[in-house]
Design a protein around this ligand. Structure first.
Ligand code: ADP
Length: 488
């Protein structure tokens, strides 16, 4: 069932219940009030008759039970719409002692209530007419002598009841019908954007066109927000999809370059026989490919959460020293100077292999992008509860427009790419992942032709946590499995 239909049914059903409850309440109150007004008149009339009646016992020497009932003249009720009968109950059978002139009826108005010494009110039907009858006892010295029965037509009351019922039914039905129609129109209008969203979504599913957007001109209400969220989601999907496409294109491109070189060299060997130069080229290209595949595997595993780092308390200063040593080896064929500027003992909760990989990535970039004669500076400082590792160079620098992209996968600033051969554009993505996996950050400051400074900020291990870790350190000193490490 459609949401709109469900809403209308609920809404109209609830309205019908409210109308019925309200109608029953109004009807009962009105009925009670009208009948009470009739009963009031009947009671006053009966009171009047009883007040003006007198019972006299006669014959002091005769039969003591003989009584005379003196009754008022009942013609006064001629035009009042109320009739009165007085039934003498002193004999064996009830006897009509008198009745008002407007009443042409000689049977008891309410036979069943005669002889009762309590007032009784009843609805009766005589000759097809609805009547209200009040029977009151006439008692003297503890004995019931007569019953006064006062009657009024219920016609007016019944007319009012019928009219009210009719009006309530008509208005109730109209109200429910009207609200149903109005609800249908409103729900159609309100649900229209949802239908549009459904249509757009099914269009996307059919055509794979992620550029579809919803047009919304209404206010920023729930549906406006839904439309916005939908459009934002489409925007993001489109972006992710194009990133994925670019990623696949980049991977293929990057893998094709070393493959082409390998094939070219193999061709040469086939044609001219084995030579050392071709073999070396094949070796270095396949090493490059294998590094790239390892990097990709690492990032892919980090992406889907399948890679969590084993962290343990480590001395950052030792790692910086080691990377400094390795950096010196890397620059041995270059005219560069590598300085260890500041250096202090700092302990962090980290993974030594990954931290080393991070610093080496930064160092090898600095070496790659700094022309001969330049200087590369490495430093380790502690500022508050943060350890700062900085790799600074006096190299080619990074253009403003490239700065925000350099941590993206496969991103290589054009100029540097042209100059340097051995790059894949994955090094900084990995560095960023490692920093974040250590609850740290990585940032860069750079100026074209002046140089770049990469800063990694990592949380320092507090003294309490150090002692806590040291208790378990024996078995934790194990290093992380090496199988995932790029063979650098
Ligand atoms: P790769 O170095 O393999 O190209 P990275 O992800 O490490 O990939 O670096 C991405 C890009 O950032 C590099 O191609 C280069 O353009 C730029 N870059 C990184 N480090 C430096 C640096 N120290 N100086 C100048 N440019 C740099």
């Amino acid at each position: 069932m459609r949401i709109g239909t469900k809403l209308i049914l609920w809404y109209s059903g609830l309205l019908a219940i409210v109308i019925v409850i309200f109608g029953v309440a109004v009807y009962s109150v009105m009925d009670y009030t009208l009948v009470a007004a009739v009963d009031d008149t009947l009671t006053q009339t009966a009171d009047q008759v009883i007040r003006n009646s007198r019972v006299q016992r006669i014959g002091e020497f005769g039969a003591p039970d003989n009584t005379i009932i003196w009754l008022p003249r009942l013609d006064v009720f001629r035009a009042s719409g109320v009739g009165v009968q007085v039934w003498d109950m002193s004999g064996d059978e009830p006897r009509l002692a008198t009745s008002s002139i407007n009443l042409d009826y000689e049977q008891p108005l309410d036979g069943a209530s005669l002889g009762l010494d309590q007032p009784v009110s009843k609805d009766v039907i005589i000759n097809g007419q609805a009547l209200r009858v009040l029977t009151r006892p006439l008692v003297a010295r503890g004995t019931l002598f007569a019953n006064v029965q006062v009657v009024a037509l219920l016609e007016t009351v019944n007319d009012a009841r019928e009219r009210l019922l009719l009006i309530m039914l008509a208005f109730g039905a109209l109200g429910i019908l009207g609200s149903g129609i109005l609800g249908m129109l409103l729900s159609r209008k309100a649900l229209q954007p949802i239908n549009q969203i459904t249509a757009a979504a099914s269009q996307i599913a059919k055509t794979d066109d992620l550029s579809t957007r919803l047009a919304w001109t209404g206010p920023v209400d729930e549906l406006g927000r839904l439309t916005n969220v939908f459009n934002e989601m489409m925007e993001r999907l489109q972006e992710l999809f194009s990133v994925q496409q670019r990623f696949v294109a980049d991977v293929s491109h990057e893998l094709r370059t070393p493959l082409t070189a390998i094939r070219g060299n193999l061709d040469l060997i086939k044609r001219y026989g084995m030579d050392d130069l071709s073999l070396e080229a094949i070796e270095s290209e396949s090493e490059r490919m294998s590094r790239m595949v390892n990097d990709l595997l690492l990032l892919a595993r980090a992406d889907y959460g399948g890679l969590t780092l084993d962290l343990e308390p480590i001395d950052l200063d030792t790692i910086i020293l080691e990377t400094h040593q390795e950096g010196r080896v890397l620059i041995k064929d270059r005219n560069l100077s590598l300085k260890l500027e500041a250096f202090e003992p700092i302990r962090i909760n980290g993974n030594p292999d990954r931290i080393k990989q991070l610093v080496l990535n930064l160092l090898s970039n600095a070496i790659k992008f700094t022309p001969d004669g330049g200087t590369i500076t490495l430093r380790l400082d502690r500022i508050g509860d943060k350890a700062l590792i900085q790799v600074r160079d006096t190299g080619i620098g990074i253009d403003e427009k490239d700065l925000k992209h350099i941590f993206d996968r496969f991103y290589q600033a054009d100029e540097s790419r042209r100059r340097m051969g051995d790059s894949s554009g994955l090094g900084l993505s990995i560095a960023k992942w490692i920093a974040e996996a250590h609850h740290g950050t990585i940032s860069v400051q750079s100026e074209v032709d002046k140089g770049s400074a990469f800063t990694v900020e990592l949380p320092v291990l507090s003294d309490e946590s150090v002692s806590h870790f040291e208790e378990k350190s024996d078995h934790r000193r194990r290093r992380m499995p090496n199988w995932l490490m790029p063979e650098r």
